[in-house]
Design a protein around this ligand. Structure first.
Ligand SMILES: Cc1cc2nc3c(=O)[nH]c(=O)nc-3n(C[C@H](O)[C@H](O)[C@H](O)COP(=O)(O)OP(=O)(O)OC[C@H]3O[C@@H](n4cnc5c(N)ncnc54)[C@H](O)[C@@H]3O)c2cc1C
Length: 661
């Protein structure tokens, strides 16, 4: 596909656009195809943002101008002011400072040529841009409707090519009834012939303000019927896991969150950005004191050789985490971090084979992962490595507890979050259509229509969630004073164990992995094991010899799922599920039953956890996905990945295939 130049028509006086009236409410969703759409979309936002302080804008940009993602990204980059091309510089000259700063924010967020959605939360959370570097019917089919309906207020078509018939129908499925398709006059007649019966009126695009135009005509019966049929098909894909089951909350109703680690604090932040109040309950004095309490945690994606949803999640999640850290730091929060790269090497034949398979398995973007030989590895690390490996250039380390505290503080300062310290919730109960929380000190909190358990290793401590398939693993991270050759370390090392560059004179080295921990006291044995792991990882190097470990260490418990996916979504009612299972098992009919019937859940109760050993890479995105669902907003993931994230997947995966539990 080739791009085509958008007009730079003057904006209509936007004061005349009556956003307070229907059909546009406090949230506008616009979708566009073609990189050329980026600037008009941002120009529109720069015009609206000040006059409508409550407004949030959700943008979907399918920047698919070329056949490959990498080529499409180049076209998009040429629109960014920091791009190296003359076109970029020229286009920047004509933009307002607000648009320039949005473009710079986007550029700093590192859009990469990777599959799926890259979510950018810009302008303090009021502008969400979901960027796709592809556009086809298969991708569109994956996108769930919001409330099982269309949610796009208007489509903008600025790609050179034309959509296929299948794409048109999916665009219509995702569109609200009154939505139009805006395009350049030169494309009008060609598009009109393809759009016939879709219900999407073709409107000339003569500048950003046109994106807010709405048509009030009734949908033709054919368009109505076709959209209904497609929505049924789309909903059927998620029939066992319906989204948006619970209605949205009134402006003064809070969502309760138990936990203030990476999961809970990021959720509070994502909700605050959506102007959704939350009340966060934390056993400890401060956020980020449990598993998320380490000094330094490695940030890099968990990748597999196969094309898998896990790769998609981790690439998107890891980049989203980086953006979160960067944005909070830009907002003035002190979060120690260094995106110094992560060097991953094997330590025995099996692990070397695995790393080779990962490197060869996919055509990775070089900013995600690239192979390095032992010389490059040594150069990158600043220490003798003597081993070929993989390098994640955008990876690095972050102080998890500082990240949690910044996220909570941001949410509290936004006035959308009430943070309850030292409040250990020992019981939750449902009364009528609300949840009540009882703390160990006798206080009761409620009523809440929605309650999220983001309680880390305690996820299974309550009877409602005790059957969730996640297991606690103790880990001790050694905190070692920098010394000798270690001082030269420039990048995070990861092999049998991991080692971070020094921050304030201390390295983190770890971590042990002990199933079903009985106690959380410091262990001398694990301290020695951590050192042995480093020695085994780099047997021919001498920089770790004679390392004085001391007893500095921190112990935490990770909550691990077998498939490495986090859990997010409504809490399964396993007791009810088992009862229904008695009637529906082992037959093709039973498989059909489970494929078509919403699985039993605890109404209003949600889970956000199972972040395992890589919570820093997936936690922030998982929280944002859940926040989108709680607030009935579009999600940055498709139906297939959503199924993999659902807390009841272990049971449902079998049941929908007619297998025994
Ligand atoms: C030793 C170790 C090393 C790790 N290294 C890395 C790494 O290098 N990179 C990486 O990405 N990840 C790493 N992880 C994993 C990462 O730290 C976790 O995935 C992440 O911190 C989990 O966050 P969480 O919010 O789910 O849980 P937690 O951080 O454990 O938070 C749980 C929260 O729930 C609260 N809570 C629990 N029960 C209750 C209750 N009943 N009432 C009120 N509050 C409650 C707690 O007070 C706490 O605030 C490591 C983990 C460990 C243990």
């Amino acid at each position: 596909m080739e791009t085509t130049q958008a007009p730079t028509a003057t904006l209509e006086p936007y004061q005349q656009i009556r956003l307070g009236d229907k059909p546009f409410g406090r949230q506008i969703c616009l979708a566009a195809v073609g990189s050329e759409a980026l600037l008009p979309l941002l120009q529109l936002w720069s015009q609206l943002r000040q006059d409508y302080p409550k407004l949030v804008l959700q943008l979907l940009l399918f920047a698919a101008d070329k056949d490959s993602r990498a080529e499409s990204l180049k076209v998009l980059q040429s629109k960014l002011p920091l791009g190296q091309t003359t076109e970029a510089t020229a286009s920047a000259e004509h933009q307002t400072s607000e648009v320039i700063s949005l473009l710079a924010e986007l550029q700093a967020g590192k859009p990469l040529a990777i599959p799926g959605c890259q979510r950018f939360v810009l302008d303090g959370g009021r502008l969400t841009l979901d960027l796709y570097l592809e556009f086809d019917a298969t991708l569109l089919k994956e996108l769930p409707g919001v409330n099982h309906n269309g949610w796009i207020d208007n489509w903008l078509w600025l790609a050179e090519s034309l959509p296929s018939q299948a794409e048109v129908w999916q665009m219509a499925r995702l569109a609200k009834d009154y939505a139009s398709l805006l395009c350049l006059p030169s494309k009008r007649s060609a598009l009109a012939s393809i759009m016939v019966n879709s219900g999407l009126n073709i409107v000339d695009f003569n500048g950003p303000a046109a994106l807010l135009l709405t048509q009030q005509t009734e949908l033709e019966p054919i368009a109505k019927a076709e959209r209904l049929a497609l929505r049924r098909q789309s909903n059927a894909r998620l029939a066992p896991w319906p989204l948006y089951r619970e209605s949205t909350l009134a402006a003064d109703e809070s969502i309760a969150i138990i936990g203030a680690g990476v999961a809970g604090s990021q959720l509070a932040l994502s909700l605050a950005e959506r102007h959704q109040p939350s009340q966060v309950f934390c056993s400890e004095e401060n956020a980020g004191q449990s598993a998320s309490g380490n000094r330094q945690g490695a940030l890099y994606p968990l990748l597999t050789p196969e094309t898998s949803e896990l790769n998609t999640l981790f690439q998107q999640g890891f980049l989203f985490s980086r953006r979160r850290i960067t944005a909070l730091v830009a907002a003035g929060f002190d979060i120690a971090h260094d995106f110094c790269g992560v060097l991953h090497t094997g330590f025995d034949e099996r692990s070397r084979t695995r790393l080779n398979k990962i490197a060869e398995g996919q055509n990775w973007h070089p900013d995600i992962l690239r192979r390095v030989n032992n010389f490059e590895a040594t150069e990158l690390a600043g220490l003798d490595i003597k081993e070929d490996g993989l390098f994640y250039p955008l990876g690095g380390w972050v102080c998890p507890r500082a990240l949690c505290r910044a996220a909570i503080q941001y949410a509290v300062e936004s006035t959308y979050c009430d943070f309850q310290r030292r409040t250990h919730i020992s019981e939750i109960s449902r009364e009528g259509s609300h949840w009540w929380l009882s703390a160990t000190d006798g206080r009761r909190f409620g009523p809440f229509k929605k309650l999220v358990l983001a309680s880390g290793a305690s996820l299974t401590a309550l009877p409602q969630t005790s059957a969730l398939p996640a297991s606690p693993f103790r880990g001790q991270v050694s905190e070692v004073a920098t010394q000798g050759g270690l001082r030269a370390l420039k990048t995070v090392l990861c092999a049998k164990g991991y080692l971070t560059p020094a921050w304030e004179g201390i390295h983190c080295l770890g971590a042990s992995y002990v199933k079903d921990p009985e106690q959380l006291a410091y262990s001398d044995v694990e301290q020695r094991e951590n050192l042995q792991k480093i020695a085994m990882s780099y047997p021919d190097a001498d920089w770790h010899q004679g390392l004085v470990m001391g007893q500095g260490a921190r112990v935490g418990v990770r909550m691990v799922t077998r498939d490495h996916f986090p859990m997010l979504g409504q809490a399964p009612d396993v007791e009810a599920l088992m009862q229904v299972y008695q009637q529906h098992q082992h037959t093709p009919e039973s498989a059909r039953y489970w494929q078509q019937t919403p699985a039993p859940v605890h109404p209003g109760l949600y889970v956000l956890g199972g972040l395992g050993s890589r919570g820093l890479s997936t936690g922030p995105l998982a929280a944002d996905i859940l926040a989108s669902e709680l607030c009935h907003q579009p999600l940055p993931v498709g139906s297939t990945l959503l199924q993999r994230l659902n807390p009841n997947r272990m049971w449902m995966r079998k049941l929908i295939k007619g297998k025994a539990l």
